[in-house]
Design a protein. Structure first.
Ligand code: NAD
Length: 250
């Protein structure tokens, strides 16, 4: 395993589960000191540091980021990964649901980034990676609110990258497709026949299988690594070819 994060300090939001947890573990395996910020840090195991915070609460975000930076001795990498989903068309979600999802998925990134930037500017290898989604640009049915939130994450990533490039802070995002995490597990469990639903979901993927959390973690680590020092303002698809390939039924 390449030790490209040796001596670097990383904070992963939503790091208690799924993509965030896989990312925290991969960065640690590649040499980073890692802290995790989550609503539920109980799942976090040593040597990762766990901090409880809600990304919709600016006070708790500031406290957790300060504690993480103090515990790690600074910050080089921020992974803005915490997020929640929503189903439906514009007629299905009320204003409260819209504000709730935008608060977590978009403003959550704004809050953690605002709190982390003073620490990141002190780093020689500063990088932020946001977990976006294929939903940002794919035009998925029944995902109006979620897609709008991830569209905002994509444009926020590009704008922040422009604002902070001369400060030496690289900012990119990953666009996962359908990833086999507890989140997707919950959606499948809610279906009348979870086994058949999983098979149908897999059949819709160009690769014939779901993306793994470890594969998204690999892409996040790639963008956060000092080896990617010239990469900023990009979105990396990790979707098993969902968007890049133009497959048609034969
Ligand atoms: P998950 O539900 O397994 O993990 C999400 C984590 O975020 C949980 O630990 C949860 O406690 C935490 N979290 C949620 N709200 C929070 C808040 N307000 N404050 C702090 N922590 C909070 O989900 P996942 O599948 O690993 O998703 C992670 C990210 O990946 C999300 O941003 C999601 O939109 C994105 N994504 C997921 C998929 C997928 O198919 N699973 C696809 C594309 C993008």
């Amino acid at each position: 395993m390449v030790r490209d994060f040796a001596g670097l300090r990383a904070l992963v939001t939503g790091g208690g589960s799924g993509i965030g947890r896989a990312t925290a573990e991969l960065l640690a395996a590649r040499g980073a000191l890692v802290a995790v910020l989550d609503l539920d840090p109980a799942a976090v195991e040593k040597p990762l540091l766990g901090f409880r915070a809600d990304v919709t609460d600016d006070t708790s975000v500031r406290a957790a980021v300060a504690a993480a930076a103090a515990g790690l001795g600074g910050l080089d990498v921020l992974v803005n990964n915490a997020g929640i989903g929503a189903r439906g068309t514009v007629e299905d979600n009320d204003d409260g649901e819209w504000l709730r999802v935008l608060d977590v998925n978009v403003l959550g990134i704004v809050r953690t980034t605002r709190a982390a930037l003073p620490h990141l500017r002190e780093s020689a290898y500063a990088a932020i990676v946001n977990t976006c989604s294929v939903a940002a640009t794919a035009g998925l049915p029944q995902r109006a609110l979620y897609s709008a939130s991830k569209g905002a994450v994509l444009s926020l990533t590009l704008a922040m990258a422009a604002d902070h490039v001369r400060e030496g802070v690289r900012i990119n995002c990953v666009n996962p497709g359908t990833v086999d995490t507890p989140w997707v597990g919950r959606l499948l469990d809610a279906a009348p026949d979870p086994v058949a639903e999983r098979a149908a979901l897999e059949a819709r993927q160009p690769t014939g299988r779901l993306v793994s959390a470890a594969e998204v973690a690999g892409a996040i680590a790639h963008l956060a690594s000092p080896l990617s020092g010239a990469t900023t303002g990009t979105a990396l698809a990790v979707d098993g070819g969902m968007q890049g390939l133009r497959l048609r039924p034969v």
